[in-house]
Design a protein around this ligand. Structure first.
Ligand code: HSE
Length: 301
């Protein structure tokens, strides 16, 4: 039996939902795994800095799953095709580790539920926002209590599009987390609670009018702005061009704009591109559909 596992890119935070809100995108990495005599790892597509051995994040997470169930990792051939840009705030590490856990679980005969996989994924990533969206799909809200993750997911409106400005360089999430203040004021907490709630309401009721205020943030974006070239100008340009909302994607450096229609998304894409040219910020712009589905498994005999 051969398993093909497709894992989506994800955007996290969406402005106010630091470490809690996530959204699956229609942009997929693929992992093909089959039992074999020895471990062999092939990495295709985006390969920069990705090891093709047991230290690969996907393989490490397969190992983690087998450690959890108390069995040795069986020998196998793994071929991963990486399409999600690496280190850009689009959930490439979440996709790699979720893919590894799901692949490991399949090889082990599916001893763990999706809920248990989410707990392992959260443990591995350190925050649940990207991994929840990668596993469950759609727009996800996650909360942790005693290492247990509660995740709720809703199908995103079909017409909505993500417009992404993807910088030509990576930003370390570790560094982008280290610079954040340990403590926040009550007024900033209240600011974000209201907006994260409105943002959730926007997705649940398919109301794009709430996305403008619903993507505002005071917990992380102001501190990360100096790390992301052109961030305020690019986000403003997207809003001026009619984006319903705009925010840093995850820890950055990519920027996310939400457009209620393809027509609107094209205007936002052009505004991102024109502003980047003016500011001499290098990067690519993509219009991407949102994904109601999370990780997908195909069994091939
Ligand atoms: N919530 C995380 C952060 C996302 O903002 O650091 C990083 O992938």
């Amino acid at each position: 039996m051969r398993y093909k596992i497709d894992v989506p890119a994800t955007t996290a935070n969406l402005g106010p939902g630091f470490d809690c809100l996530g959204l699956a995108l229609n942009w997929w990495n693929t992992i093909v795994v089959e039992p074999a005599d020895a471990l062999r790892v092939h990495v295709r597509g985006l390969t920069e800095g990705i090891p093709a051995d047991a230290s690969n994040l996907t393989i490490e997470n397969m190992q983690r799953l087998f450690d959890r169930i108390g069995k040795p990792l069986p020998p196998m051939h793994v071929t991963m095709t990486n399409r999600i840009p690496i280190g850009r705030g689009l959930g490439s590490s979440a996709a790699a580790l979720v893919g590894g856990l799901v692949a490991g679980n399949l090889l082990a005969g599916e001893p763990l539920s999706r809920f248990e996989l989410l707990e392992l994924a959260n443990e591995s990533e350190g925050h649940p926002d990207n991994v929840s969206a990668a596993l469950y799909g759609g727009f996800t809200v996650s909360a942790i209590q005693d290492a247990h993750v509660t995740c709720a997911s809703v199908e995103p409106p079909r017409a909505w599009r993500a417009v992404l400005f993807i910088h030509d360089h990576a930003l370390s999430t570790k560094f982008a987390r280290k610079i954040l203040p340990k403590k926040i004021s009550r007024s900033d907490a209240v600011f974000n609670i209201g907006r994260a709630s409105l943002l959730t309401f926007a997705f649940v009721t398919a109301n794009p009018e709430l996305l403008g205020i619903g993507t505002q943030d005071r917990l992380h974006q102001p501190y990360r702005e100096p790390l992301v070239k052109g961030m305020p100008e690019l986000l403003d340009a997207a809003r001026q061009a009619g984006a319903a909302g705009a925010a840093l994607s995850g820890a950055g450096p990519s920027l996310l704009a939400l457009a209620p229609s393809t027509k609107n998304a094209v205007r936002v894409r052009d505004a991102f591109a024109a502003t980047a040219r003016k500011l001499q910020v290098k990067g690519d712009v993509h219009i991407v559909k949102l994904s109601a589905a999370g990780v997908r498994v195909t069994r091939e005999t």
